[in-house]
Design a binder for this molecule. Structure first.
Ligand code: IVH
Length: 825
């Protein structure tokens, strides 16, 4: 496509695309909206990049494509700040603020000054250096004197101008501001990390600072950091006040927070603080206070600095917002890794603009530290974290005799005794093998889009397969084809069931009445049940009998079965559970059962979790009419199409490459990128398993924690068994090196190296090209080379070496010619 562009057309398309992309970036960052999908955006960017590659002469220095990243920084250089990056003094009350104002009056000797107010953004301070309008360096605050040079990462932030033109632009200037991760982005990243089983980022500030120090700028680009600028420094600036400087920044295209305001005196500052107290929560960035600065630069100079902070500016910090509520109960959540997290359920209370009903308690220590008792009045605060936390107990309001909260000893999901490892704060459920949320979490991850990509296995279906004993690890999934006939009719929704203390399965009254009667729809039965809402289950049955007589549909048949049901319920005294009936009684009432079924029914009703599973072995001997009635008892079931889809999806997943399979295994700390890294490096699971700690640590990006996780994983026999089974099902545990197809033997036996930038090929492409014509690609300059293809900007030392060794250098054109020429022979 691109080749078809004339130079002129390419130039104007590049311009058009750049403008479009800049416009969408502007919408995204300034208006927080988007008119196109991420996919469409990426397509525009891709087209621009391809055009720029084909027509490098039209590549603009400040092209939006310069922000997709791709540079890897192994270690950040440091640079000294031209002007020290100071911090600010803090105040927490009106009194402290007025005292600051009095110091200003004293320092200046008059009250004729203005404040410039702005919110205090909770991000990472940054200094941007521009020379002749071009961004040349971005440096973090560091210790105030020196910081890390993070230019490549900062360039990916799309609203930081790479190049600016404008009036009054000095040769050199510096802009300072705050880089932050918008709350929405933060939540998106954490949601993704959660699905990947990665640890969650604590808050947007930490996430921003972590992102800024990432080695791969293309990952930074994906994180969508943002930036507010709030200070301009330079020698020849044509401004005398801060608000003029801010206006200049806006004119030059810098992103300035729209929250700023001039305040003529300290009372106006206090009004500003009050005005933003609640409203600040609607901003895209976390804020923790207000910064007030003297507006006039002359005044600033007069006031000067103390050792660490300016006398002309100060921060006012909002009190972390707190509210009181009542502890209703504690829920213990079991995570994918088995970690138990206690969550406090609270009486709803309004806090920082939202209604809070739950607060995290982290772990058992936290409950002890707070000395929580049942029904306590507690203080809840919202800090930088999204989930509010309990910060204390209003002990004076504790009821007499209130019991202290005792931590659970057994897993609420599977009943296993919890463990707590030495030195760890969290309790764990050790039953990784069969504890349902742990199994579900692992398998959900396994089939997820970015792992094995089996989209016909959603959470509900998986839960059904797990809870009904079909699947407890990823390898079981691939045994499903041999159980195809059992899957048909498997129930998806289990809300209709419950169990009594003896483990007997119960089914919802609505379903039971629907199955035993004819001529009544489920919704009609539910409407009837609503009229008898307050009655107990036994009375409801009596009312239902009257109801059946009244509506007069199939009275004899319906009453007959209803009597059978009542007899069953009396014959074997079951517990009454509100709005549920024992499946055992219902199945017996539905018709006469063959002896073989009747014999085993009681036990199966205690062991199995659905009607489908109870009757599974008897499908062939049960009367079709009976089975029709049973159908009405079931929840949503797996139909033929669903089963076929599922099995097909599983079969297709066997083509997923090794790195996806490795990621799918869910080894702790192995995310998508690490999986790619390991798969590339070791090329097979056997080699990865056999790798020594040293070998693993030598890989850039692999640290101690990861090595531990890998070792722990392979140590478990269960894991090794699962891998063996997956392997036997044909999943890919080896990287497939695609052998290039031999197009000709034109370069047969030739040892070739390419160096510098080529016009026709990317790095991998030239290697493939050489190999596809029978040549051998060699990575370093040596005497053994037949020739070197010399691209643009070939490194001088390489060139020197080649000349010294007498290896011929040929141009890319000559090389192309050589292959083409040979063709005609
Ligand atoms: S002005 C002389 N304005 O707060 C210091 N700082 O505690 C001039 N900060 O390092 C700083 N929002 O990272 C200023 N609107 C704002 C700010 C702000 C956040 C940070 C900044 C600084 C720290 C000082």
């Amino acid at each position: 496509m691109i080749e078809k562009y004339s130079k002129q057309a390419a130039k104007s398309r590049i311009k058009e695309l750049s403008e479009k992309i800049n416009y969408y970036n502007h919408l995204y960052y300034q208006q927080d909206t988007s008119e196109i999908s991420d996919f469409e955006f990426d397509q525009l960017m891709e087209e621009l990049i391809r055009l720029e590659e084909a027509f490098p002469e039209y590549l603009l220095e400040d092209s939006p494509s310069q922000r997709v990243g791709g540079t890897i920084t192994k270690q950040f250089d440091t640079a000294e700040h031209a002007v020290r990056m100071l911090s600010l003094g803090n105040t927490y009350s009106e009194e402290e603020l007025r005292a600051f104002d009095e110091r200003v009056v004293k320092g200046l000797g008059h009250r004729n000054y203005q404040y410039f107010c702005e919110l205090k953004f909770d991000g990472v301070a940054i200094s941007l250096i521009y020379e002749r309008g071009k961004l040349i360096r971005a440096v973090t605050r560091g210790d105030g004197f020196r910081g890390d040079v993070v230019t490549e990462n900062v360039k990916t932030i799309r609203n930081i101008p790479l190049r600016i033109q404008g009036d009054n632009m000095p040769e050199w200037f510096e802009v300072r501001g705050e880089i932050f991760l918008p709350r929405k982005e933060f939540e998106k990243i954490n949601a993704e990390r959660e699905t990947n089983g990665e640890s969650l980022l604590a808050n947007p500030r930490n996430a921003a600072s972590g992102t800024l120090k990432m080695q791969d700028s293309s990952i930074v680009a994906k994180r969508r950091l943002n930036c507010y600028l709030y200070q301009l420094l330079g020698d020849d600036l044509a401004v005398n006040t801060h608000d003029q400087a801010m206006k200049l920044l806006v004119d030059w295209g810098f992103n300035v927070s729209p929250t700023f305001q001039n305040c003529p005196n300290i009372d106006a500052v206090l009004a500003y603080i009050e005005q933003w107290k609640e409203k600040r929560h609607s901003l895209p960035v976390d804020t923790d206070g207000v910064v007030l600065k003297i507006n006039d630069y002359g005044h600033r100079e007069e006031l000067g600095f103390t050792a660490k902070i300016p006398r002309w500016a100060i921060a006012f910090k909002y009190q972390a917002e707190a509210a009181q509520s009542t502890l209703l109960s504690i829920t213990y959540q079991v995570g994918r890794t088995g970690a138990i997290t206690p969550v406090a359920n609270l009486a709803p209370v309004s806090l920082a603009g939202t209604t809070v009903k739950r607060a995290s308690l982290h772990n058992a220590n936290e409950i002890l530290r707070l000395d929580l008792h049942e029904g306590d009045r507690v203080w809840v605060e919202k800090g930088g974290e999204i989930i509010p936390k309990i910060t204390g107990v209003a002990e004076e309001s504790r009821k007499n005799g209130a019991k202290p909260i005792t931590y659970i000893t057994h897993c609420p999901e599977c009943g296993s005794e919890l463990i707590r490892k030495e030195g760890e704060a969290k309790h764990f459920c050790p039953n990784a093998a069969t504890c349902p949320p742990q199994v579900l979490g692992r398998i959900e991850h396994f089939v997820s889009k970015r792992a094995m990509d089996v989209d016909s296995l959603g959470t509900e279906r998986l839960r059904a397969l797990i809870n009904q004993g079909y699947v407890s690890n990823p390898a079981d999934l691939y045994d499903l084809p041999s159980k195809q006939h059992q899957l048909l009719g498997l129930e998806v929704s289990e809300e209709q069931y419950t169990k009594d203390r003896e483990g007997f399965l119960y089914i919802g009254l609505n379903k039971a009445l629907y199955a035993i009667t004819e001529g009544l729809s489920l919704s009609a039965i539910e409407a009837f049940l609503r009229t008898a809402d307050k009655a107990d289950t036994a009375t409801k049955l009596t009312f239902f009998e009257q109801h059946l007589r009244k509506i007069g549909k199939k009275v004899t048949e319906n009453l007959h079965v209803l009597h059978r049901l009542r007899n069953e319920l009396e014959a074997r005294p079951f517990d009454w559970i509100v709005d549920f009936l024992p499946v055992y009684a219902v199945l017996r009432a539905l018709g006469n059962l063959p002896g073989e079924v009747a014999e085993k029914l009681e036990q199966r009703c205690r062991e199995k979790n659905s009607v489908h599973d109870i009757l599974l072995p008897f499908h062939k001997i049960l009367h079709p009419e009976y089975l029709e009635r049973v159908k009405k008892l079931k929840g949503n079931t797996f139909q033929e199409g669903v089963v076929t889809n599922m099995l097909e999806g599983l079969n297709n997943s066997k083509n997923q490459p090794f790195e996806k399979v490795l990621f799918a295994l869910g080894i702790r700390n192995i995310g998508e990128n690490t999986a790619i890294l390991l798969a590339e490096h070791f090329t097979s699971i056997e080699k990865l398993e056999a790798a020594t700690e040293q070998e693993l640590l030598e890989i850039n990006g692999i640290g101690e924690t990861l090595v531990r996780s890998i070792k722990d994983y392979f140590q478990e026999k269960e894991n090794r068994d699962i891998i063996a089974r997956l392997k036997s099902h044909g999943l890919q545990f080896e990287s497939v090196r695609e052998e290039p197809i031999l197009v000709s033997a034109k370069l047969s036996g030739k040892k070739i190296l390419a160096s510098g930038k080529l016009n026709h090929f990317k790095r991998d492409e030239i290697i493939d090209f050489i190999q596809s014509h029978g040549g051998v690609y060699v990575k370093s300059v040596s005497k053994a080379l037949d020739f070197i293809i010399e691209g643009e900007d070939m490194g001088p030392s390489k060139k020197e070496k080649a000349v010294k060794l007498g290896v011929p250098l040929i141009s890319e054109e000559d090389f192309m010619e050589m292959v083409a020429h040979n063709d005609q022979e």
